[in-house]
Write a protein that binds this ligand. Structure first.
Ligand code: ZN
Length: 670
């Protein structure tokens, strides 16, 4: 593989040089050659990435390690090419602009925006300073994560008294014994100990949720909240430095602050994001207070005499959940055989969007015998797109989780000979339990939701009608709008006829009993307000720090955190709470001034589903008409039109928080 990729990279490198030498500020002299180059690079590297994810091997890993730096280099050269940037600028400002379609303008504006944000437009000292900031930020981000890792590793709590591990489920005890054995306690067993607990999420969560021994919970809780907040590995100065650098970088680029840079490539604006968070906060607060009162009353009735502290809440919340719902994921599995669930998902797509999904096994080569190939057809029978489905887990060569990916995107420029357009092809990858004997793969309810989620992403890729490859399907969609179609599809898992239509007990043939369905709905909303407030707190602190906080001033970042908590936390955080030192999403990941996107996407998707509720879920023709409108807007227009406009096209108005609050049980019934 290495020689093949190398020669391809060399060819592309040559094509890019040629483009840079001969570029003209016109569609055919700039965008078309650029689409060809980036498509070939993306498509080829996509194959490598895909195989790495589903058919990993020592050999492949070595090959990827070898050529990856060269691929990254070419990618950077492509993104930071000055001649290309200048040509885009000239195209934007020249006479050809008025002849471009909306999708073509989105291509140009997106390229200009990305180039601007990566500093291509800067010169001289400003450019040098920008590059130095980029370097330092990436060093700090790595140090920030390493400090968290080190702090997590440094903590170990060994228990030898069986009374101190009461309540923990067998799987957690087995894990704790294994950790103990690895840390020098030879012969540790799940039954007799010793047991070692760490701050890794599975261990930490198991203790907080299940350990009956209060001091153990307290010790882990306190240790977790003070990770990387003192001594050598203290992240506090790194947070200050990061915020100062991002502010300076923003100003170099001509923005007021780091939040403004983030919003330059989002559907939301700072005002709208904050307004939405405040609406959700106001609607959740009282309910979160009630959530806590319920837990306090439940704990008291169960004989807990002490006042509940931070390390007690998850424990009692779990006990209350068990008593109220007692819903075990495993019990639902027999109701959801994968072939039936797939049929149900395809039937739903037919009802909503008028498309037919048809088996096309054998029409394309596959990388494993279990992989399926499907064709999507229009109502008139014309093929629209194709997708691979790799359904089952193969731990030895396939990574966990579920995802959707592109094989190729829709494009008229890259139409094969004799066709007017290249049709999109998608990957859908799941990690279901493989069939055993004659029994099909059985799915948990969570896996059913995930399948719907990924199918939603895939549909936006596959049903696009945009001709311009660079903004067709999921490409060029602002990332706070990307989860709209996927989360929209998840809603149908809670639509009773849809879910019942894809459930049949593998032995008895019975559909999912009503009682279990009601439990699923109730369990979804258990402590919904509390969960919502927590997300709102993270999102609000993130925006405040990147929009208004001035590093080095009188306030510390922890003061900001506490000030926001006064409005978003029912139980005031401990004075020594240093959660921010472990908030890698915004200080070491890509979520700075973007954490709100989680809630933003939920609002959009719930509101989109509400269009079907408003129109009438019981009338198939109304559902079909609304579904058609969803297909013609959200699924068709992809990155070819601004997402706020696309949403308005579908909904006829701005997004509203009403549906999300109602679906979460947080709105008084009218
Ligand atoms: Zn997603």
């Amino acid at each position: 593989m290495v020689p093949g990729i190398r020669s391809l990279l060399a060819d592309l490198e040559g094509e890019l040089s040629q483009l840079e030498a001969s570029v003209t500020p016109t569609w055919s002299g700039l965008v078309e050659p650029l689409e060809r180059i980036s498509d070939l690079l993306g498509r080829t590297w996509g194959v490598v990435g895909h195989l790495k994810a589903v058919k990993d091997s020592e050999e492949l890993r070595k090959a990827v390690d070898e050529v990856q730096p060269e691929k990254v280099k070419l990618g950077l050269r492509l993104a930071q090419s000055e001649p290309v940037y200048k040509a885009f600028k000239a195209l934007r400002e020249g006479p050809a602009w008025s002849t471009l379609t909306e999708a073509q303008r989105r291509v140009v504006e997106g390229e200009l925006r990305d180039a601007t944000l990566s500093g291509v437009g800067l010169t001289g000292e400003a450019k040098e300073r920008f590059n130095a900031i980029q370097q330092e930020l990436s060093t700090i981000a790595t140090k920030f994560s390493n400090n968290i890792l080190d702090a997590t590793k440094a903590f170990l709590r060994v228990e030898t008294d069986p009374k101190h591990v009461l309540g923990l489920p067998p799987s957690a005890l087995a894990q704790a014994a294994q950790t103990a054995a690895a840390k020098g306690h030879a012969g540790a067993t799940a039954e007799a100990g010793p047991w070692a607990f760490t701050l890794d999420i599975p261990s930490y969560q198991a203790v907080l949720m299940h350990a009956a021994h209060r001091p153990l919970r307290e010790e882990l809780y306190r240790a977790y909240l003070s990770r990387a907040s003192s001594g050598e590995g203290d992240n506090t100065p790194l947070i200050e430095r990061t915020l100062a650098l991002k502010r300076e970088r923003a100003q170099l680029l001509g923005f007021a602050n780091a939040a403004a840079v983030s919003f330059a490539s989002k559907m939301a604006t700072l005002e709208r994001a904050e307004g939405l968070l405040e609406e959700l906060r106001a609607a959740s607060y009282a309910a979160a207070v009630r959530d806590l009162e319920d837990i306090k009353a439940f704990a008291a009735a169960a004989g807990e005499a002490a006042e509940l502290r931070h390390w007690d809440v998850s424990f009692w919340a779990e006990r209350l959940r068990e008593e109220q719902y007692g819903l075990k994921e495993e019990e639902l599995r027999p109701y959801f055989p994968m072939p039936l669930v797939l049929e149900g998902v395809f039937a739903l797509a037919n009802r909503l969007f008028g498309i037919t999904v048809e088996c096309a096994d054998g029409e394309a080569p596959v990388w494993h015998a279990d992989v399926r190939f499907f064709k999507i057809k229009n109502a008139c029978g014309a093929p629209l797109s194709y997708f691979f489905l790799d359904p089952y887990s193969r731990p030895e060569e396939k990574r966990g989780g579920a995802w959707m990916d592109e094989v190729v995107g829709r494009s008229t420029l890259l139409a094969p000979p004799g066709s007017t357009v290249r049709l999109p092809v998608a990957h859908m990858v799941c990690n279901g339990t493989p069939p055993v004997g004659t029994q099909p793969s059985l799915m948990t309810f969570r896996e059913v939701e995930t399948l719907l989620h990924e199918f939603g992403h895939a549909l936006q890729h596959m049903l696009t009608t945009v001709d311009e490859g660079l903004v067709a399907g999921i490409r060029g969609v602002e990332w706070d709008a990307v989860e709209l179609p996927s989360q929209f599809m998840e809603n149908w898992a809670y639509h009773k006829p849809t879910l019942l239509g894809m459930s049949r007990h593998v032995e008895t043939g019975e559909t999912l009993p009503d009682e279990l369905f009601q439990k699923l709905v109730a369990a979804k909303n258990y402590r919904a307000a509390t969960v919502m407030l927590r997300q709102i707190h993270f999102a609000s602190v993130d925006l405040e720090l990147h929009a208004r906080y001035i590093p080095g001033g009188a306030d510390s970042v922890f003061d900001v955190d506490r000030r926001m908590a006064a409005r978003t936390s029912v139980m005031a955080p401990l004075p020594e709470d240093r959660f921010l030192c472990g908030f890698s999403h915004i200080f070491a990941g890509g979520y700075s001034a973007g954490y709100f996107s989680y809630k933003w996407a939920e609002v959009l998707s719930a509101d989109a589903y509400a269009a079907f509720e408003d129109a009438g879920l019981d009338d198939p023709s109304v559902v079909a008409a609304t579904g058609r409108r969803f297909r013609d807007t959200v699924l068709s227009l992809g990155g070819g039109r601004a997402p706020a406009d696309v949403f308005r096209d579908f909904r006829g108005r701005e997004p509203s928080t009403e549906a999300l609050l109602r679906h979460s049980g947080l709105l008084a019934v009218k």
